[in-house]
Design a protein around this ligand. Structure first.
Ligand code: HEC
Length: 93
């Protein structure tokens, strides 16, 4: 389990502060880099037959991967990673 999750479990007030900042793309990038690279790298987001085809679909896929990993991200974390992925790879409107 990463340091961010452990810190937020121990300090609910700190968690609230971090949640406010979580919409930021840098947060999405660092969450992705520290949690999401063990099974697939960037290639899965840019491959020709990628599965995700809408912004909602991207959000849902981030939730699925979060759930299957048991990360228990806040909604804002999901959103931050979704917007980072969209901004960097998917470019949905
Ligand atoms: C336990 C292994 C594993 C980890 C860790 C993992 N994923 Fe995935 N991910 C998968 C698999 C398997 C697929 C589906 C690949 C396929 O359909 O061929 C996938 C696909 C995806 C896709 C869709 C790619 C497409 O085709 O458009 C996204 C987006 C994604 N993962 C995001 C994440 C995020 C965000 C995290 C971190 C929370 C994460 N993944 C961590 C296994 C993992």
């Amino acid at each position: 389990m990463n340091r961010f999750i452990r810190a937020t479990a121990l300090f609910p007030l700190l968690a609230a502060t971090q949640t406010l900042q979580a919409a930021d793309a840098d947060t999405g990038k660092s969450l992705l880099e520290s949690n999401c690279t063990s099974c697939h790298g960037d290639a899965v987001y840019t491959r020709e037959n990628r599965r995700v085809t809408t912004l909602d679909g991207l959000n849902a896929q981030v939730m699925r991967c979060d759930q299957s990993l048991g990360l228990k991200w806040f909604d804002d974390d999901i959103d931050a990673v979704t917007s980072y992925l969209n901004k960097t790879y998917y470019h949905f409107k």
